[in-house]
Design a protein around this ligand. Structure first.
Ligand SMILES: NC(=O)c1ccc[n+]([C@@H]2O[C@H](COP(=O)([O-])OP(=O)(O)OC[C@H]3O[C@@H](n4cnc5c(N)ncnc54)[C@H](OP(=O)(O)O)[C@@H]3O)[C@@H](O)[C@H]2O)c1
Length: 173
């Protein structure tokens, strides 16, 4: 059995931006593009392994792998081609693949379905809280309500074009 908190000894981090309702997306896209958050995402994940669902991959600019990172895409669609990415068809395949990267930092980067399936394997969560409410059709579980994690670091509240947001790092209790 796979233990909670990691995948066969490989630590997986989760990174997400949520609005005040823990909304994360609408119509296959992000709720809001915040340049400071994009930079934070890039800096945090650069040089590491990123794991995403097929729908998130298709939301990336030009449907291309994010440069400077090992991109892993999950899909049940046979013969799916995702340029520059390792394409895997199941949780079992993902867990096997992850073993090859056990010395690297792994980040689960979305979307809603992937967060739901794998949050229990993630010890560290990098959550950007956007202090705004948007119309959303995809959500992440509100871990402030479900508990299980402690805030171990947070940035100042940042303001960009009148929009406030804040970075949080949560670690499993
Ligand atoms: N705010 C943020 O930080 C953030 C981050 C990322 C994404 N998002 C947003 O989230 C939304 C996308 O989320 P989503 O839930 O619709 O899709 P998703 O989680 O990105 O992708 C779901 C797809 O992944 C594949 N998949 C999932 N589990 C699998 C498994 N165990 N085995 C094989 N394939 C598996 C399936 O692809 P197939 O259907 O091809 O089989 C499934 O339909 C978008 O709006 C996006 O912008 C937001």
């Amino acid at each position: 059995m796979y233990s909670c908190g990691n995948i066969k000894g490989c630590e997986v981090n989760l990174i997400v931006a949520v609005d005040q309702n823990w909304g994360i997306g609408k119509d296959g896209d992000l709720l809001k593009r915040i340049s400071g958050d994009m930079k934070y995402f890039k800096n945090t994940t650069m040089g590491n392994v990123i794991i995403m669902g097929r729908k998130t991959f298709e939301s990336l600019p030009g449907k291309k792998a994010l440069p400077g990172r090992t991109n892993i895409v999950l899909t049940r669609t046979e013969n799916y081609v995702a340029e520059g990415c390792t394409v895997l068809g199941s949780k079992e395949e993902l867990f096997l693949e992850i073993q090859k990267h056990d010395k690297e930092k792994l980040f689960l980067i979305g979307g809603a379905k992937m967060y739901e399936e794998y949050i229990n394997y993630c010890d560290t969560l990098y959550i950007t809280k956007i202090y705004e409410t948007y119309e959303a059709d995809k959500y992440m579980v509100n871990i402030d309500e479900t508990g299980g994690y402690l805030v171990t670091w947070k940035s100042e509240v940042i303001e960009e074009d009148g929009l406030k947001y804040q970075f949080f790092k949560y670690e499993r209790k």
